[in-house]
Design a protein around this ligand. Structure first.
Ligand SMILES: [Zn+2]
Length: 315
């Protein structure tokens, strides 16, 4: 057997390995099935170059793309009681948490950071869909509350990126209690006279939609994001009717007044910068980057109006 294990197996591994490496350099777009080179995907912030599908973007990547020079302070969030109900379904909740945390004992589905965005300090919260579907339990509720209080204390605008399957059912009624807790946090932000901006990302559902995700002073969304309370399949089964195309997607919600603007990920940082500038600064005091971008926006809007006018003349 030693000949097989010592000689044949390494030879076979050596043959197989280069193929594996080549495969890992590419990623398949779940929407259009095109293969995309990893480096290109990273440069395009995980947006497909063929169909503009916005793929999963992890919170750390998001924060480093968002803040000026990728510099920010990660806020230390309060730790919460793990598994308060000693819940068990097919697997123990404690084990599910341990798997999701993979060594990082304090981690949960929320990350909060403080830094400068286009020159203006702000507090940003990101829900991590990769951690138990971004579900909201006691830890997420406490984290949100704490980040909102930091925003109020430091007099910084509060920006939240949502991505969640809803309440964390393994925490039962305690997870539902987080909905009013997040509202308490938002009240502190609003009483301090600070803006609260929500960016809805794919998917945002359940208890998160039913609480802080729908209370933004401005509600933005990434293209194609599914946003709703119950999913479309549940609604179709309940009302026994076929739902319209694009139902519960950001563009549909923008058309129906639930979302203010749908903004591609690659432009989010600049547009958030402009918004925050408009909220906190006087026109004269706006940062240079923001002013330049506003000018650019005006020009593109003027150009598109010109094209519209010309096409209407033709008609
Ligand atoms: Zn694609």
């Amino acid at each position: 057997m030693s000949w097989l294990t010592n000689f044949v197996r390494p030879k076979i591994r050596a043959l197989v390995r280069p193929k594996r490496i080549r495969e890992s350099l590419w990623e398949k777009c779940p929407e259009c099935d095109q293969m995309i080179f990893h480096r290109e995907l990273d440069e395009r912030m995980k947006v497909c170059p063929h169909c503009e599908h916005h793929m999963f973007f992890n919170p750390e990547e998001r924060l480093s793309h968002l803040f000026d020079d990728s510099e920010y302070e990660t806020l230390i969030l309060p730790s919460a009681v793990s598994d308060p109900l000693k819940f068990k379904d097919r697997k123990r909740y404690a084990d599910r948490l341990k798997d999701a945390r993979s060594g990082n004992t304090d981690k949960d589905a929320i990350i909060a950071a403080y830094g400068k965005l286009c020159g203006n300090p702000c507090v940003v919260c990101v829900l991590d869909f990769a951690f138990m579907a971004g579900s909201m339990g006691v830890a997420v509720g406490s984290g949100f509350l704490s980040a909102a209080n930091v925003a109020a204390d430091r007099r910084a605008p509060f920006v939240v990126f949502t991505a969640s399957g809803g309440a964390r059912m393994q925490e039962g009624a305690l997870s539902l209690m987080q909905m009013p807790r997040t509202i308490v946090g938002l009240t502190a932000v609003k009483e301090a006279g600070l803006p609260y901006i929500v960016v809805l990302t794919n998917p945002t559902t359940g208890g998160v939609t039913a609480s802080f995700a729908m209370l933004g002073d401005v509600t933005l969304a990434e293209p194609g994001a599914l946003v709703g309370f119950a999913g479309p399949r549940v609604i179709e089964d309940t009302i026994r009717e076929r739902l319209p195309d694009g139902f519960q997607r950001s563009e549909y919600l923008e058309d129906h007044g639930m979302v203010d603007r749908v903004i591609p990920r690659t432009r989010l940082r600049q547009e958030l910068g402009v918004l925050i500038d408009l909220f906190v600064n006087k026109e004269l005091n706006m940062s240079e980057g923001s002013l330049a971008f506003r000018e650019e926006l005006r020009e593109t809007q003027a150009a598109s109006r010109l094209v519209d006018d010309e096409s209407s003349i033709g008609n």
